[in-house]
Design a protein around this ligand. Structure first.
Ligand code: GLY
Length: 432
């Protein structure tokens, strides 16, 4: 079977790796903007083109006799790539534009939750102009300000963090209004965690929970990034997430898929729930319509069920007939990013991967030229440690990072016992 992967990041390298492990002997093809050496090495052939160029991408798929496709990033979903594949008779893991909207239109997503009485929705209002904006920010007191459209996770600002006071929140919201609608919502206090699920239109197959780390520097300092690294635990929970918290988060995701199922377009692909665990339980920060990056790199190496079977079940709507299972192992994923990332990243610098021991390696925003690998300015390579505990997985990942050289930066603290304990203590304080 010929299978196509769309996208050239670390997430897509992990997806490609899971497909390549299949016992169904798929032949893998890829479409990516730049040559990711990790993905290229797994493929029979690849096309270097913008993933949002629907005509070229679908044309390539037809030419190569592709039967199933996995769409990794959000941008092609937002331009209707899944629609174009389905309309061409090619099964897509990745939702059609009508329902992928849950990610690329944050205003629509919040209104959808509210209209369908889905739990975990914070107080919010959507603004298209300044009318009532100041009053609502003052009413909530502490707010998060979100542009409605896609920003690669970097457009959200919250008070007490990037916004010192309500005046700064107002000014930021006004600056966003020039290009987009703005969502103003209550600023929730707690610990964030990610729950991801394969979805076939009605059934969800959940992956283990993950905690990502958005800030560029250790101790959660510095600017927000796409995610510097993440960990997961062997029991599928996290040290600060109880089974009850997880079930509540899953119920929210199931209710969302049920409500989407009442629309004309079934959601087929990945649903990513970004939750914050508050003293009143899990609340939704946002939904995404794809795997997380780095979170995909935590869970996909643990997938025991054949990835081609999972993809086929998503496409056919038969996930309820398949046990989607994961190894009971802990993982720590750490990204090496260009020095200066995200604000002033160094670019076009060589990355040399030495002996990474037992760690897994996933290439991300790099390109290959004359057999050498160079940075582009975004997250470069990720390593993943897999072990029986988070502590041991962290050591494997950190040792690997020490043997990757270049003009690079990484966070040592992700997955260390000190950091994990801080999360647990924080959550204990919040729960009272
Ligand atoms: N790691 C955050 C995201 O993929 O949206």
């Amino acid at each position: 079977m010929n299978v196509l992967i769309i996208g050239g990041g670390g997430r897509e390298n992990a997806i490609a790796d899971a497909i390549a492990r299949s016992k169904r002997n798929p032949t893998l093809f890829a479409v990516m903007a730049k040559k990711n050496p990790g993905i290229a090495a797994l493929c029979e052939d690849f096309l270097l083109v913008k993933e949002t160029d629907v005509e070229k991408v679908v044309g390539y798929a037809k030419e190569k006799g592709i039967e199933m496709v996995f769409i990794g990033p959000e941008a092609p979903l937002a331009v209707g790539l899944a629609d174009a594949f389905e309309d061409a008779g090619i099964g897509a893991v990745g939702p059609r534009k009508d329902v992928a909207r849950i990610e690329f239109d944050k205003a629509w997503a919040r209104n959808f939750m509210k209209d369908n009485d889905i739990e975990g929705c914070p107080a919010f209002k959507v603004f298209s102009d300044k009318e009532g904006l100041q009053e609502y920010i003052e009413e909530l007191g502490s707010v998060a300000i979100k542009p409605a459209g896609l920003t690669g996770g970097k457009g959200v600002k919250v008070m007490g963090d990037q916004l010192p006071d309500t005046g700064a929140a107002y000014d930021y919201a006004v600056s966003l209004l020039e290009g987009d609608n703005v969502v103003v919502e209550e600023n929730l206090v707690g610990e964030e965690f990610t729950v991801q699920a394969f979805v076939d239109g009605k059934n969800l197959a959940f992956t283990p929970c993950v905690q990502d780390h958005k800030r560029a520097f250790e101790n959660d300092l510095g600017p927000n990034t796409g995610g510097m690294g993440s960990y997961s635990d062997s029991d599928g929970l996290l040290p600060f997430v109880t089974i009850d918290d997880l079930y509540r988060a899953r119920e929210i995701m199931k209710a969302t898929i049920t409500a989407l199922g009442a629309t004309e377009t079934p959601f087929k692909g990945m649903l990513y729930g970004q939750f914050i665990l508050t003293k009143n339980g899990p609340k939704v920060i946002e939904f995404n319509a794809r795997f997380g990056d780095p979170e995909a790199m935590n869970v996909l190496p643990l997938l025991k069920t054949d990835m081609i079977d999972v993809m086929a079940a998503v496409v056919k709507g038969t996930l309820d007939e398949l046990d989607v299972e994961f190894l009971k192992r802990a993982t720590v994923c750490k990204y090496a990013v260009p020095a200066g990332y995200p604000d002033e990243p160094s670019k076009d610098k060589e990355v040399v991967v030495g002996d990474i021991g037992d760690a897994l390696l996933f290439y991300s925003s790099v390109y290959e030229k004359d057999g050498k690998v160079y940075t582009t300015g975004s997250r470069a390579v990720a390593v993943v440690g897999v072990a029986s505990s988070i502590t041991d997985a962290e050591k494997i990942a950190q040792n690997a990072l020490e043997n990757i050289t270049g003009d690079l930066h990484f966070r040592r603290d992700i997955g260390t016992p000190e950091l994990v304990q801080r999360r647990v203590t924080h959550m204990e304080q919040i729960r009272g």
